[in-house]
Every structure is written in C-alpha cells, then in structure tokens.
Design a protein around this ligand. Structure first.
Ligand SMILES: [Zn+2]
Length: 401
C-alpha cells in the first residue's frame, strides 16, 4: 500500500462530494450514532481477560500462521486462506469465498476475498476488515517480504476478535430464539440483534508495481462493485423502509460501518479520525483504550499513552481498501497508523517490527469496541460457565469479608 492524499484541499472536497450523494433512509440510519451501552468495570475486565488468552510472542497462535510471504496467487496465499477458513469453520461462522481474476502489471492473477459473518440473515452489519496479501516483489531477497504490520497483525487481531466475540454472539442468538432477550433502560436486545458482525479479509490490496487506481486494492474494488449490484430482495427490512424514490438498496446498504485496519501491531501507532460521520466511533475506540489503560488491563510501554489523536479529520485521507466502499456511500472508520511504521514496505516489516504488548492492547481495544457497538456484554456468556458479577457486587462481597 498506499498513497497519501495529503492535500488539505482535496479532503474537504471529497467530503463535500459525498454530501451531495442522494440521501436514503438507509444511509441516514447507518451514519447516525447508535446508542452505546458502556461496559461496566467488571465486564470490561472480564472481556479483557477472556479467551483467547494474551499472546506471549509473535510466533504463536494465529499470527505465527500468517507471518509468511503471501503475495496474491501464491501457494502461501492459499495456505493462509485455508488457515483463516479453518478458524471460522471451527467457530461456526458463515463463510463466503469471493474468487475472481484480474489483469495486473505481471499478468492475470487469481484473487480471493474471504467474508465471514456470524449471522448471515441479520439485516445490518458492522464490518471489520484488513488485507491478507503481502506485497509482491519479484526478486530475492525482497520477495521474502512478510508485511507483519501490513497486514498480518491486523488479520490476526480479527481472528482473536472472532474467537472472543463468538460466545457473546451465540448467547444473544440463543436468548432471542427462546424469547428471553433483554429489554431494560431503553436497551432492546432484539433491536441490537439486527446488526451482526462481519469480518472481511481482502486480497490484492498491494500494488504489483506502482500504486495507481488500477494497480491497487484489487479485492476491495471487485467486492464494492459486486455488492453495489447485489440488490436486496423486496422483503428485506431495508427495502421495506426505503422511500419510493430511493435507489434500490444493495448489500452495501446493509453496512452500518466499515472499520478498516491497516499498518498496526508495532509500538506507538498514531490513529487519526478521517471522517466526520464516524468521528464518534474513533472516539468510542479511543475511550475503550483509555478505560483499559486506566483499569490497568493493558500494558502501556514506556513513552506511550493514548494512541488516538484528538485532532479531528486529518492529516489528509489515505488511499486504502476503504475507498471503493466509501465512494459508494459506505461509512468508514480507517484505523491505520499515520505516520506509517518506519519499516513500511521493507524487509524490516517482519516479526521484529511487532510489539507483543501493543498487539495484546489492540486485541482488547477491538473486543471492547465491538462489544459496545453491538450491545454485547459478557454477562450473556452463559456458555463460558463463569458467572459475571454486576458492578458493585464484587465490592460488596469484598466488604463482607
Ligand atoms: Zn502495504
């Protein structure tokens, strides 16, 4: 990846262009901030300490399986795809493989996007995405490029997230099926259950030669186009709620927000907010990080405090997999370190570029962010076999001792 649209003029122009797109009821629903029910201190701790456990190194678990050169169409790419698929099969998620061919500067290649959805029948979704390909280099030793931050580590965060969220999502599904969904303080679990979690592993983000509109983000361009032409059936809730002159809702209409992870896993990332309509989600993620730090649930390396910039909308939009979705009206939260890691697109972007404490911190931030966005709380995790104390209960029993 990537290129920087650093012109301070261009970014407002893009925003202005987007504001000219015809509004639809679905668009307005999607971009509106949701009611967020902050996790209690006990739930925050439970989620941070839930399985899968913290990583102790960079070669273990999911990450170890991804830290190999995996350019588009390679045998290693197939190995990585098979591994990702095996994790979701074990967890019982719906899998959609999206294979396609595309011309590239080095000839026609086979690409595959991998799409995993907890509840494929849910009318809406939050998507968390990253690219799994590593940048192609023709010659040795450059062709040993691993792309640890770009984007093996973000893909491994998504696998960790899937494992941590599955019991919570399953419990909610069970409660809704047996009619014991929660309705309290204006929180309607049936409403919240209409939004599911989708994890999207995109192929072909990297340019084969120089980053251009046609030599980059192959998987994202293919999928955004495909979804824009996949219209919802007339019985879909978003079709039923559409106004008469709205454009026909497509799969893109079902996306509340696309959260794109890229260039993460190293120390001291700097995460800016790029879009006005998702600034509140940048704030939600920043708040998750702050609460985890204040509760001592994440290791903060020396010299590091908050990773999330408080400067709004900048500096400059960055070209990446979100662009073809955003150009079609999808809300985007771009979670990318800016400035890029100093090993960017060099052989140095290997396991040694990663920080284990930083990666554990990302895993916890993403758990809290996703749980709060979806209105999930660990108390619902009946299958864990552990009872979660309500806030105050633990203190009360401590006082009694
Ligand atoms: Zn890259």
């Amino acid at each position: 990846m990537l290129f920087l649209l650093s012109s301070p003029v261009l970014f407002p122009l893009i925003l202005h262009f987007l504001s000219l797109l015809p509004p639809t009821s679905a668009r307005q629903d999607r971009s509106a901030p949701r009611d967020i029910h902050a996790l209690s201190a006990d739930h925050l701790r439970y989620l941070a300490e839930a399985d899968p456990p913290e990583w102790e190194g960079t070669v273990e678990g999911h990450l170890g399986k991804l830290l190999i050169p995996r350019p588009v169409g390679s045998k290693n790419s197939t190995l990585v795809q098979n591994y990702i698929s095996s994790v979701f099969k074990r967890l019982g998620w719906h899998e959609e493989q999206n294979p396609f061919k595309s011309e590239t500067p080095i000839g026609e290649l086979d690409f595959t996007n991998l799409i995993y959805t907890f509840d494929p029948d849910a009318p809406r979704k939050i998507i968390i995405a990253a690219h799994f390909d590593s940048k192609y280099f023709p010659d040795y030793p450059a062709n040993q490029f691993i792309g640890a931050t770009d984007s093996a580590a973000p893909c491994s965060f998504m696998l960790d997230l899937a494992e941590a969220m599955t019991p919570l999502l399953q419990s909610r599904r069970d409660r809704l099926r047996n009619g014991t969904g929660i309705l309290r303080d204006g929180f309607d679990e049936e409403d919240a259950g209409e939004t599911t979690l989708q994890l999207l592993f995109l192929d072909g983000e990297e340019a084969f030669k120089d980053w251009t509109n046609t030599d980059s983000i192959y998987g994202a361009r293919h999928l955004a186009h495909k979804w824009s032409e996949s219209f919802l059936p007339p019985t879909h809730p978003l079709s039923l709620s559409a106004r008469r002159f709205d454009p026909t809702p497509s799969v893109l209409s079902t996306i509340d927000v696309l959260v794109l992870l890229d260039l993460l896993g190293h120390r001291s990332p700097r995460i800016h907010s790029y879009y006005r309509e998702t600034d509140w989600l940048h704030g939600l993620m920043s708040s998750a990080d702050k609460r985890l730090r204040e509760a001592g649930l994440v290791e903060v390396e020396s010299g590091e405090e908050g990773w999330f910039s408080e400067n709004r909308y900048g500096p400059g939009m960055i070209g990446d997999d979100h662009v073809p979705f955003n150009q079609r009206g999808v809300s985007v939260l771009h979670v990318i370190s800016n400035p890029f890691p100093n090993v960017w697109h060099s052989l140095g972007d290997d396991a040694s570029a990663l920080s284990v404490p930083a990666m554990n911190r990302w895993n916890k931030i993403l758990r809290v962010f996703t749980a709060e966005y979806l209105g999930l709380a660990p108390e619902s995790s009946a299958s864990s076999g552990k009872r979660i104390p309500e806030d105050g209960e633990a203190r009360r029993s401590a006082d009694e001792l």
